[in-house]
Design a protein around this ligand. Sequence first.
Ligand SMILES: *Cc1c(COP(=O)(O)O)cnc(C)c1O
Length: 427
Amino acid sequence: MRAPQESKLPITQDDCLALDAADPLSALRAQFALPEGVTYLDGNSLGARPKAAPERARAVLEAEWGDGLIRSWNTAGWYDLPVRLGDKLAPLIGAGPGEVVVTDSTSVNLFKALAAAIKLQADSPENGHRRTIVTERDSFPSDIYMAEAMIAWLDRGYRLRLLDSWDQLPDALNDDGGVAVVLLTHVNYRTGRMFDMGAVTAQVHAAGALMIWDLAHSAGAVEVGLTAAGADFAVGCTYKYLNGGPGSPAFIWVPQRHQGAFSQPLAGWWAHRQPFAMQPAFAPAAGIRRALCGTQPIVSLALVEVGLDIFAQAPLAGLRRKSLALTDLFIALVEQRCAGHGLTLVTPRPHAQRGSHVSFSHPHGYAVMQALIARGVIGDYREPQVMRFGFTPLYTAYADVWNAVHTLAAILDRGDYQIDAARGAVT
Ligand SMILES: *Cc1c(COP(=O)(O)O)cnc(C)c1O
């Protein structure tokens, strides 16, 4: 059968079932606990629970903590866990061993990366004068807040330049001549638009600035090549596509070439060369451990491994192919079945510019999403008017796409979202 998006014929439910039957990745779904009657399209915000997670948590609580007690820092490998998990995650983002740690939150890691990048520039004879940090106005707000807070805290004349659209980047880099750091989210959380990491990094470097990537909506969803792109630093989440569990620790990437000069302001004892020497003077650890701060949340960290282990069974190239097939199918079906209902595609159509979620705007987007959720189709809503649908290739079926669009079309055809709203179901 031809892929539905290439066909002019209406896509049928049978087409979707046939795609599932032929999908080499379909068996992976069985490794996730997905409730009956739910079509889950929000794995870009909180990944589904791997079935193996409770058993892993139990082992940490009972054997490692209960029986092992403090000995488990060594005997159960707790102390090395942030680095060991970082090495497991590294291939998913095109990083090398000893370059990633899983620790703290994305916001906190961003603060460290930004501080390190600013200091690298400030210490360089030719770049010391640079005082501008560039990011997008459409960035995830926490990223902007952290950059603003860093600038206010430094109080040394740094300023934030917010791009209104990404094609303003060349101007920002040229105009100013003083850009120290560019911080961009690889896949935009709202629109699903993806940057060309290699091209943008090269452009930023050509202007003498450093490049930080936020991979919150990329890691585990799209192929990422940090080393190939020659990027400077990166951070990202593990509770989205990596299925580490609510609030699971994030990651930070510091390439080997920057590790010697990497200096961050949250240098707690876990970043020390000899934490147990209990020296009053700080001396940073030689490698990636210097990106750590203090004692790590071992139960949460342990669950990150359960999510990462599933990726060992599925090459990312295959996952990306399926993700694109799912998002293509979703766009085509929505356009076939929901035409004339005021939906506008927000996500770019070209594959090279698309992550693993699709956003449509609708004047009543919030109410429509509430109506979908009330009928078991879980996506989410982001201001203004944007309905987001995430397609996690590990566990989303083509039949889920059919169900979601079938339900959406029924809601729009019948105006159910207005009826729900009038009944007070929308709060
Ligand atoms: C989800 C997300 C975050 C989350 O940061 P936390 O510190 O984990 O709350 C940060 N940045 C982006 C771009 C995100 O999508």
